[in-house]
Design a protein around this ligand. Structure first.
Ligand code: ADP
Ligand code: MG
Length: 139
């Protein structure tokens, strides 16, 4: 099934200058970028994006990190895009991520883990709409 998912190349990965390397992985895996932009999230934009985690102990630190510099946000489209992107990303904790995954290659720790990917069709719908109006998506 052709799906769309939201990906974020987080500020740690942008600082490491691996934007191109990560986008190449998406394209090689058959995930087509149909929307893309660089944004520097304010803390309140990060809080809105991660509202589902607001009761977690790491919420404040996570939102400080996500607003610490520019990120690249993308909509990826392709067959089984949500699950495929989660597989490309690897486990949340880079120390537990399989070799060959983005987080294994570029993550630093469980917080600074290089990329985000939607985890279900419901979250993908919310997350894509949070950053992109329909007219900015070219699928
Ligand atoms: P994922 O990004 O793999 O879907 P979660 O949705 O559980 O993971 O968490 C969202 C983000 O919060 C993670 O990508 C990571 O940046 C951060 N995070 C998750 N767990 C922790 C933790 N225990 N300590 C610090 N930051 C965390
Ligand atoms: Mg998540």
């Amino acid at each position: 099934m052709i799906e769309r998912t939201l990906a974020i190349i987080k500020p740690d990965a942008v600082r490491k200058r691996v934007i191109g390397e990560i986008i190449n992985r998406y394209e090689q895996a058959g995930l087509t970028p149909v929307a893309i932009k660089m944004i520097h999230m304010s803390k309140s934009v990060a809080e809105g994006f991660y509202a589902v985690h607001k009761a977690r102990p790491f919420f404040d630190s996570l939102c400080t990190f996500m607003s610490s510099g520019p990120s690249v946000v993308l909509v990826l489209q392709g067959d089984n895009a949500i699950k495929k992107n989660r597989e490309l990303m690897g486990a949340t904790d880079p120390a537990k991520a399989e070799p060959g995954t983005i987080r294994h290659a570029h993550g630093t720790n469980i917080e600074f883990n290089a990329v985000h990917g939607s985890d279900s069709p419901e979250t993908a719908g919310f997350e894509i709409g949070y950053f992109f109006p329909g007219m900015e998506i070219f699928g």
